[in-house]
Design a protein around this ligand. Structure first.
Ligand code: PHE
Length: 336
């Protein structure tokens, strides 16, 4: 079967194509929607029935030949174009690079690491617990039974009657004591949640809990540990005082104040003119807590303390609005 001789022109056209763009136009001319090889399919209906199969084979062969030649030429031209480009372009390796903007650790993370570093260097081990907690660990085992007025101090997010978001890191004390026999010496940093939101409160914040249990520790050991900690974090010269306080899970209990780092003790807005800032709560572990975890309260004793990381970070850097920590404002974060 004979096809128009013109159809064979593609061979010579492909051979003489000089660029990949020019080559592509040849593709369009023959195999595009209205290309002359594509249009042959429409001829099929005019071919006598006994010749159709042969006609089909001729079209396919033509197409295959076209494509093979095309691909070969395409590779040739592409290589040629890449080589020309490489020859023409040169890279100036002496140009300075774009400056890389490095992120920094969030101020809360920095202080968190610093607190953990100080205590681990004093022999405390890191402990963790769940943020979704059982009422038993958050309250009951800490000597805060249902209906106890101390529950009102902590605006709890309840999930069910028995399941809640932990309001402090103290449940980690209970979990650790239930799991291990004394002696125990841990710190437990983490997120805590209270239903409260204003300039000095956010519904989520961070605490670090400390717990030491053995057979002989005293309030003097507690005092020594915390004074050492505050001096390492804020400097040796900061005065520290222990003020009697109340927590259901410690007896006796105290709150620790340090000299105001903003005014140096003269009295200012931050320390409300007193020259002192409260930074943590602590006390000797209540015998009822030891009993709740199955420890012999005649044999074992110890101390616990808890502090807010946000508050300490604010004091350390002189930040006066808690909400800045969570705004993700680059201008603010850049300063640390
Ligand atoms: N859990 C107490 C609070 O959140 C802090 C604390 C911990 C007090 C351990 C004494 C001992 O306020």
């Amino acid at each position: 079967m004979e096809l128009s001789k013109e159809l064979e022109n593609y061979k010579q056209e492909i051979d003489s194509a000089a660029t990949t763009e020019g080559l592509y136009l040849i593709w369009v001319k023959y195999l595009g929607k209205k290309g002359s090889i594509s249009l042959l399919n429409k001829e099929m209906k005019n071919i006598p029935e006994d010749k159709r199969a042969e006609f089909g084979r001729v079209i396919v062969a033509l197409r295959e030949d076209f494509e093979a030649r095309y691909r070969k030429k395409e590779i040739e031209l592409k290589n040629k174009e890449i080589n020309e480009k490489l020859e023409k372009e040169s890279i100036d390796i002496t140009l300075p690079p774009f400056p890389i903007k490095r992120g920094t650790l969030h101020p809360l993370t920095q202080v968190y690491y610093e607190i953990v570093d100080i205590f681990t260097s004093m022999g405390y081990e890191l402990a963790t617990g769940p943020e979704i907690e059982l009422d038993f660990f958050n309250f009951e085992a800490l000597n805060i039974p249902k209906e106890h007025p101390a529950r009102d101090m902590q605006d709890t997010f309840y999930i069910t009657d028995e399941v809640l978001l932990r309001t402090h890191t103290s449940p980690v004390q209970v979990r650790t004591m239930k799991k291990y026999a004394p002696p125990i010496k841990i710190i437990a940093p983490g997120k805590v949640f209270r239903c409260d939101s204003d300039i000095t409160h956010t519904p989520m914040f961070h605490q670090v809990e400390g717990l030491l249990i053995d057979e002989y520790s005293s309030f003097a050991d507690l005092k020594g540990a915390l004074v050492t900690f505050i001096h390492r974090l804020f400097g040796e010269k900061i005065p520290v005082k222990f003020r009697p306080s109340f927590f259901p899970f410690t007896e006796p209990s105290a709150e620790v104040d340090m000299g105001c780092v903003i005014c140096g003790g003269e009295g200012c807005r931050v320390c409300k003119g007193t020259g002192w800032l409260e930074i943590l709560g602590c006390g000797m572990v209540h015998p009822k807590v030891l009993e709740a975890v199955g420890y012999d309260s005649d044999k074992y004793r110890g101390f616990a303390f808890g502090m807010g990381i946000e508050r300490i970070t604010m004091l350390k850097f002189g930040i006066d609005d808690l909400r800045l920590f969570y705004d993700n404002n680059i201008g603010f974060l850049k300063q640390f």
